[in-house]
Design a protein around this ligand. Structure first.
Ligand SMILES: O=C(O)CCC(=O)C(=O)O
Length: 288
């Protein structure tokens, strides 16, 4: 099968329309996350893993990422302008001259700028799920391919997705697909069951000068000791409520832990105009 030839898999991609059960929906609203096994076939996972390959690039040169004059500013610009692009981000301390083995993630518009990722992201399976979870006008606004590479895959500190994609009311919902088995050994996701019922603790705000900073909203944070590992097999989808505290630790193992994560918001809510993401590629979800 050619890398980009999806004809063989098309049926599987669009099979869909399996509604979640009442229990699954109740579990999601109680726990803040929902684990759906076998959401994607191994062929779909393999296809996405192959399609990402040409996007994995060596660290960019000085003008893009690294400036001796104002490194921080350049890094911020690179990040802020990635909302409608497909760009590599690297593990910490490996900016200049980073190798492909040090790519941390690729973001943030695979769902719109690559035909195969777009097809998967906007498939009826995802759309149906979004509507089932009571989104009224769901639309994908961000996507990331996370590699968590062997030995170097860095920690994603505990956060709520609404910190980064804020709206009133908060509607951001994550759809995280395991493209490889994820366990405590290779840095699987951890989440605090029920933690989505707590407040939003901080926001990443972008000011008029296009500079981002973290704004703390409440003093008390969640207790990270309450987080549990979400060990899953390849093809499993984890749906994450936008207020659910979650993280993933360093991958010290020899096995990578690839995942594809998309974030949707409800267009019926008001997307905050001081979010970092100001130029999103919006892909509305619909199904017939
Ligand atoms: O895959 C990971 O390690 C973190 C993903 C994450 O935090 C997210 O998708 O919101």
């Amino acid at each position: 099968m050619k890398l980009r030839d999806l004809s063989a898999t098309k049926q599987k991609f669009f099979q869909a329309n399996q509604q979640i059960t009442i229990k699954q929906k109740a579990d999601y609203f109680r726990d803040g996350y929902l684990i759906i096994k076998d959401f994607a076939s191994s062929l779909e996972c393999l296809t996405l893993k192959q399609v990402i390959q040409p996007y994995l690039k060596q660290g960019e040169s000085e003008e893009v990422i690294f400036s001796t004059q104002d490194q921080h500013h350049c890094e911020q610009q690179y990040f802020l302008e990635s909302g409608n692009q497909i760009r590599c981000f690297y593990e910490k301390n490996t900016k200049q001259g980073a190798t492909i083995r040090e790519v941390n993630k690729v973001g943030h518009a695979l769902h719109a700028q690559d035909a195969v990722f777009k097809r998967w992201s906007t498939s009826p399976n995802i759309a149906r799920l979004a509507y089932d979870l009571e989104m009224k006008q769901p639309a994908i606004i961000q996507s990331m391919y996370i590699l968590k590479q062997p030995f170097v895959g860095g920690e994603v500190t505990c956060h709520q997705d609404a910190t980064f994609l804020h709206s009133s009311p908060i509607t951001v919902t994550g759809f995280w697909l395991a493209l490889e088995d994820a366990s405590v050994k290779n840095g699987c996701l951890y989440a605090i069951p029920g933690g989505h019922q707590s407040e939003l603790t901080q926001r990443l705000v972008c000011n008029g000068n296009r500079q981002v900073y973290m704004q703390r909203l409440v003093e008390n944070e969640w207790d990270i000791k309450e987080a549990i590992p979400l060990e899953v097999k390849q093809g499993t989808l984890i749906v994450l409520h936008g207020l659910l505290p979650h993280y993933s630790p360093v991958n010290y193992s020899a096995a990578s832990r690839h995942a594809y994560a998309i974030h949707a918001v409800d267009l019926a809510s008001q997307f905050s105009n001081d979010n970092w993401l100001q130029n999103p590629c919006i892909e509305r979800l619909g199904y017939c």
